[in-house]
Design a protein around this ligand. Structure first.
Ligand SMILES: Nc1nc2c(ncn2[C@@H]2O[C@H](COP(=O)(O)OP(=O)(O)O)[C@@H](O)[C@H]2O)c(=O)[nH]1
Ligand SMILES: [Mg+2]
Ligand SMILES: [Zn+2]
Length: 304
């Protein structure tokens, strides 16, 4: 029998069966050995086959993945953790206030998703908190990301309806991420009130936020639309990405980089004849995006 993994706690997996039941499964011992590099062999979003054992199930096989998103395992053990599998799009919730999401973090997220060939989407939330000036900044950011092919909408999750967002999520499996406190659970509760996720109280809300969600979990919004809530993605890392590779995932650099004098060896830092440097001067690449690029290549901590 087949099903989709909705939730994983490390030893138990919640599986949505083909006849729309939810059952608890464990995994066959042998499966554990195959996922050598990952700390978790079965991820949220995985299609699996299982056998029934009384009321529970035993997962016997993971069906081939369309894709997956990794993040580095805590404590840099060299192992990586699969955040989720079989994702149609990655949705980043961004706030310019309470907390402020840095541009570096946004780009890091987009580039990581791009590396796994997963289309991206941005929601700018908490727009009710923004001054006129900050609203202008937000709309400029929206313009910039839209011009890169990353669709974005602005939202005030506590005040507005979710129609526009729901439409973007229709018939897809969407992975939702964003710093703690940006409103992920609030958005999920509005989209699917039956799940009643815990949200943080304003009173104990700090600029950094605390973790109220520990494991990634997939929620069914309607028959064919799923939303995966992920715990704080501070550890979001550029897993297995070579320095030379990074500019390939910056959409506006992808073509341009081919004309660098040193070709694919160019890191676009100080090299002579660099087409990317020229592109910045000509306004084809924004300073902000290049700044994000540079800190990724130099391995600077850009997780905030
Ligand atoms: N002002 C304002 N507050 C919001 C908005 N969306 C969420 N919040 C508040 O932000 C806090 C954190 O939200 P939560 O959904 O728990 O964030 P999560 O950590 O990303 O799941 C809660 O107190 C929410 O009520 C919004 O659009 N505007
Ligand atoms: Mg939450
Ligand atoms: Zn170059």
């Amino acid at each position: 029998m087949r099903g989709t993994v909705l939730k994983s706690t490390g030893s138990w997996y919640e599986v949505l069966t083909e006849d729309e039941q939810i059952i608890q499964c464990r995994i066959k011992g042998k499966l554990r050995l195959e996922g050598v590099r990952e700390t978790n062999p079965v991820a949220v979003g995985d299609y699996v086959t299982y056998e029934l054992e009384d009321v529970n199930g035993v997962i016997s096989e993971i069906l081939p993945r369309k894709n997956h998103l990794l993040r580095q395992a805590v404590k840099k053990s060299g192992h990586s953790h699969i955040l989720a599998a079989n994702i149609d799009q990655a949705l980043l919730i961004v706030t310019l206030k309470q907390p402020r999401t840095s541009l570096g973090f946004i780009d890091r997220f987009l580039i990581s998703a791009e590396a796994f060939r997963i289309p991206q989407l941005i929601v700018f939330n908490k727009s009710d908190l923004l001054s006129q000036e900050a609203l202008t900044e937000q709309s400029e950011l929206q313009k910039m990301y839209n011009s890169l092919g990353v669709h974005s909408i602005c939202l005030s999750a506590i005040n507005e309806e979710m129609d526009e967002l729901l439409e973007l999520l229709e018939n897809k499996i969407t992975l939702m991420a964003g710093h703690s406190g940006v409103g992920k659970s609030t958005i999920l509760n509005k989209l699917a009130p039956e799940f009643q996720q815990t949200t943080q109280e304003i009173s104990n809300f700090s600029q950094k936020g605390t973790h109220t969600t520990t494991f990634a979990e997939m929620f069914r919004l309607n028959k064919s639309s799923f939303l995966i809530d992920t715990p704080g993605v501070k550890e979001w890392g550029l897993v297995d990405m070579e320095q030379q590779e990074i500019s390939d995932y910056f959409i506006e650099m992808r073509e341009l980089r081919l004309s660098c004098k040193f070709g694919s060896k160019c890191l676009h830092l100080q090299e002579p004849g660099c087409a990317i440097q020229k592109g910045i001067l000509e306004g084809k690449i924004s300073e902000a995006r290049y700044h994000s690029y540079k800190s990724m290549v130099l391995g600077e901590d850009n997780r905030k």
